[in-house]
Design a protein around this ligand. Sequence first.
Ligand code: CO8
Length: 257
Amino acid sequence: MSHQLIKVYEEGQVGVIQLNRPKVLNALNRQMVDEIVEQLEVYDRNPEIRVMVIKGNDKVFAAGADIDEMLEDTPLSIELTDPFAVWDRMTLIKKPIIAAVNGFCLGGAFELALHCDLIIAGEDAKFGFPEVKLGVMPGAGGTQLLTKAIGQRRALEWIWLGEMHDADEAKSLGIVNRVVAPELVEEEAMRFTHSLAKQAPISVRLIKEAVRAAGDLPLREGMRLERKNFYLAFDSEDQTEGMKAFVEKRPPNFKGV
Ligand code: CO8
């Protein structure tokens, strides 16, 4: 698949997607979002890939949706083309997705990072939803994902005021997992993803499904799903390997089957 607005490469079992419109601070136009989601789906189907990373460059993750592209939109034009529907497909990705964030992570880009399972950020990262200042609002899941992450009152404050928030604040609220020096973001993200790629891949995806369901399902249904996934793990060779390795006092060698 050829890409124009993202770069794609693999490092071992980690698939990396780099946003690549540096002249406009990686502003996300519709083609770029389509390319990102299509590549995530390609990696999700590729048995050689166990974890994915989405990153910007060392100065900026992305400064939000492409404002120039939105200027001509009318209610009917976007109803008919439904450009944000592609975001639903991101919620169906089964393998882990890690966002590596330097610099601005605003608007649609913050939504992209919130759709990821974990965020590793540099001390220079700035998160926020400035849409209110443009007379609009988040449209790719921001009101839902931020609210689930930090609760209604704080989410309203962030989205109403449209201010930028630094990485330490985002970490203290549970939005960001790890904060490191700006020049170490990539290294830390790759270190993390390579160690995650060593875990049993079937366990990792079953865990993702169960944990993500906790945000949507009532407790009893969530527990039912967890139990089913636990039972399902016993159909994998990796379950036998993991338990055998423990008994034999050696590290496991997981194959993802
Ligand atoms: N869209 C288009 N172009 C942009 C964007 C953007 N979001 N952000 C920056 N650029 C362009 C600038 O126009 C400028 O281009 P040029 O050099 O041709 O003038 C270039 O990038 C560099 O930007 P600045 O000169 O402004 O750089 P500064 O360092 O002075 O400022 C800021 C950086 C503060 C990040 C500033 O660029 C800014 O405020 N950008 C807009 C941020 C914003 O409002 N983002 C939200 C957009 S709305 C949105 O995301 C809705 C989401 C809906 C669903 C998601 C769909 C993908």
